[in-house]
Design a protein around this ligand. Structure first.
Ligand code: MN
Length: 718
């Protein structure tokens, strides 16, 4: 078991004494908090945080990270709180511990592979300090190295999660050494037979091959010296998981994997890398297509090296990697190499914001082409432009920041979005415009009778939701506008003596469609339904030439407003069917109610607006667009707004008398506005909800009977 003195020794090698003191203090705190706790291995619990901080110190990370490594389980598993940690160790350490605790609480077991990438991205987004990930990976590395004490199902679950999420995460951050260990340990528990077989193979190979490795190293070393290049050469057998991967990928048996050994040459500068490559290629024949220049084209995790496979001295394939010292550091420790404590300018590094490492990488990579790709993906991950939320089954959905349950519903399925009626976030019912947060679990409540609302367009954030809602509304409106147009045309047709159905059947509309520059009859009808063209303008074109002229000569009936007086012939009127009809709106000025004589007005792009016939606004409307309408008789199931004005004495309790009466009548008040005048009178305007004119006038009668009420009227706004 590692001891704190080992870690303090490690840290003292590169940290100032004050920083080492912080690590020691964290140890004392952690030891007290975990006192009495035992791991499954029988060791004191404290051995775990000690091992974790040892891994972190090995990466030469700063004091806050090592301290956080010692404290990482205290908040989750002991009485200690984040506030305590913040008070004693500062906000930096507290934030790292909190981040690690947050990630640990998430349950990623048994997630589909397809989700793994999203989960990794989510973790990146949640950990807004890269040190959180470094501690979490060190934590996982120690846990998976001590997995033998867990039950078998648990071993498999942890190994699966490690392989699916943490090893790729380590790879993404360029933490090669950690990645390799995570992969090997995972394989050991997921495929014990295969693991044992490959390990044995490697052992055999190493024993037999050591002389061979030494020979190749010596040959390379010799050419380096002949060319005055100082460099280190090392040969090693590849690790278990990478051999397994190769076998699986190419369908090979262990015996068929030839290039199990890789040689590495580390030199001083970039130019020497290419020189060495040339020397190696003159020594041994390169295998065509097996040269990769990761120096000019770094991998997504910033890895740089030259790789080449050559036919070695005994006719075997060997892989040679050539890199500089700096590239080597990065290849081994990735992001950690950048975060590693550097004595010079360390203060400055700490003052810099949390993304300073990102900029370092940017500087370091210069204007290398491929780095842009990596930067854009990584900065996207970390800029928190995205929100990751779970379905109740644990699937992760990626959404733009500020997304709502409606956006979420559309990521599940268009039908779920189109019938989204409500939502629960983390078990609680929330409004549909609630902004989702990282890690929220969202449950969508659907109702087949519900459909998208125009209002949704005001709050949805994802392009997908927006386009689907627009599409639905568009399709719906078009269908309704076509029905409406048909009714409008038939009505006008009866007046003008044109049989619209027959004309349609005979294709008589085709020339009219072209004349108005539409593509098809539906487009023409849609324009009529939306009020862009009047029925009369269309039907005129269907009349014989002489009649067309006669029709044009007819004087316009400008006395208009009275013209659409309630028709005696009910068949001649448009019936207002369901009140929810997208294309039928009730005017806000006069608030028509079933029972009121009404008139329709075809407004551009809005379908038909219904006004009362005596609405003051009707007089100013274009006669051509006024329309005979009457109530269809099914509207009474719904309440509609009505405006009433009460003139009464300015007395105490007046308002409560009126509202009391309305309440007794079962009438809701939408809004009220009150003006007192100097003569001791009050004017109160209410918008109330009623179903019919009969009900409204009944209420007005009752209000008039109140003692101090002078007058009650229904009114329209101008
Ligand atoms: Mn832990």
């Amino acid at each position: 078991m590692i001891r704190i003195t080992d870690i303090l020794d490690q840290a003292s090698a590169y940290l100032p004494a004050s920083d080492v003191a912080l690590v020691q203090k964290a140890y004392v705190f952690s030891a007290a908090a975990h006192a009495g706790q035992i791991r499954l291995s029988g060791e004191p619990y404290l051995s775990h945080p000690l091992e974790v901080s040892h891994i972190l110190a090995d990466l030469r990370l700063d004091a806050a990270t090592i301290a956080a490594g010692l404290l990482h389980d205290t908040v989750e598993d002991t009485e200690a709180s984040i506030v305590q940690i913040s008070n004693q160790f500062g906000p930096d350490v507290a934030a790292i511990v909190e981040g690690v605790t947050k990630i640990s609480k998430m349950n990623f077991e048994s997630k589909e592979q397809a989700q793994a990438e999203n989960i990794r991205k989510m973790i990146l987004a949640m950990a807004d300090d890269i040190r959180v990930l470094l501690v979490k990976l060190a934590d996982r590395l120690h846990n998976i190295s001590t997995l033998e004490f867990q039950k078998e199902y648990k071993q498999r679950a942890i190994a699966q999660e490690t392989l699916g999420i943490y090893a790729p995460l380590a790879n993404r951050l360029g933490l090669y050494r950690i990645k390799v260990q995570l992969e090997n340990q995972s394989l050991r528990y997921l495929k014990p037979d295969v693991y044992a077989q490959i390990s044995e193979g490697i052992d055999r190979y190493e024993q037999q091959g050591q002389a061979y490795i030494d020979k190749v190293c010596a040959m390379i070393q010799t050419v380096l010296e002949e060319n005055d290049i100082k460099g280190r050469v090392k040969g090693r057998v590849k690790h278990v998981y990478s051999i397994y991967h190769k076998m699986k990928q190419r369908g090979l048996t262990l015996d068929q994997v030839f290039d199990m050994i890789a040689f590495r040459v580390v030199v001083n500068n970039l130019r020497e890398c290419y020189t060495v490559l040339g020397l190696v290629h003159s020594l041994w024949k390169p295998v065509p297509g097996k040269f990769k220049d990761y120096i000019s084209m770094p991998k997504a995790n910033m890895y740089q090296s030259l790789h080449s496979t050559v036919i070695g001295p005994d006719g075997e394939r060997i892989e040679i990697q050539i890199r500089t010292e700096e590239m080597h550091q990065l290849a081994e420790n990735g992001v950690a190499a950048h975060w590693a404590y550097k004595e010079q300018g360390s203060k400055k590094a700490q003052e810099a914001d949390r993304f300073s490492w990102l900029r370092q990488i940017l500087d370091w990579q210069g204007d290398l082409k491929d780095s842009r790709d990596f930067m854009s993906t990584l900065s996207l991950d970390l800029s928190q432009d995205e929100v990751y939320a779970f379905t109740p089954k644990g699937q992760v959905k990626e959404l733009p920041e500020g997304s709502t349950p409606v956006d979420f519903a559309y990521t599940i399925h268009t039908e779920v979005g189109n019938h989204c009626a409500g939502a629960k976030v983390n078990g609680r019912i929330v409004p549909l415009n609630t902004a989702l947060k990282n890690g929220d679990t969202v449950e969508i409540i659907t109702d087949a009778s519900r459909s998208p609302s125009r209002d949704w367009l005001h709050f949805v954030k994802s392009g997908k939701a927006r386009s689907r809602i627009k599409h639905w509304i568009g399709t719906e409106e078009r269908a309704r506008s076509l029905t409406l147009a048909r009714e409008l045309l038939e009505k006008e047709g009866r007046r003008m003596g044109v049989n619209v159905s027959k004309a349609l059947k005979n294709g008589e509309f085709e020339p009219v469609v072209r004349e108005f520059s539409f593509r098809q009859v539906d487009d023409l009808f849609s324009a009529v339904g939306h009020g862009r063209i009047t029925p009369k303008q269309v039907l005129r074109k269907l009349l014989p030439k002489e009649e067309q002229k006669a029709e044009e000569r007819k004087p316009q009936d400008r006395s208009g407003a009275q013209a659409p007086a309630k028709s005696k012939d009910k068949n001649d009127a448009i019936f207002i069917k369901g009140v929810d009809d997208v294309l039928i709106r009730y005017a806000q000025c006069c608030n028509p109610l079933p029972g009121d004589p009404i008139v329709g007005y075809i407004s551009r792009g809005l379908g038909v607006t219904i006004h009362t016939q005596d609405c003051p606004n009707v007089a100013n409307m274009e006669v051509e667009r006024l329309l005979d309408v009457s109530w269809g008789g099914q509207e009474e199931s719904k309440v509609l707004p009505a405006r009433i004005r009460v003139i009464c004495k300015n007395e105490r309790g007046m308002l409560s008398q009126i509202t009391g009466l309305l309440a007794k009548e079962g009438v809701n008040i939408d809004s009220g506005q009150f003006n007192s005048s100097v003569d001791g009178m009050s004017e109160m305007d209410f918008v109330i909800e009623v179903k019919t004119t009969t009900q409204l006038y009944g209420i007005i009668e009752k209000l008039r009977k109140l003692e101090s009420v002078h007058e009650v009227t229904r009114f329209a706004t101008g």
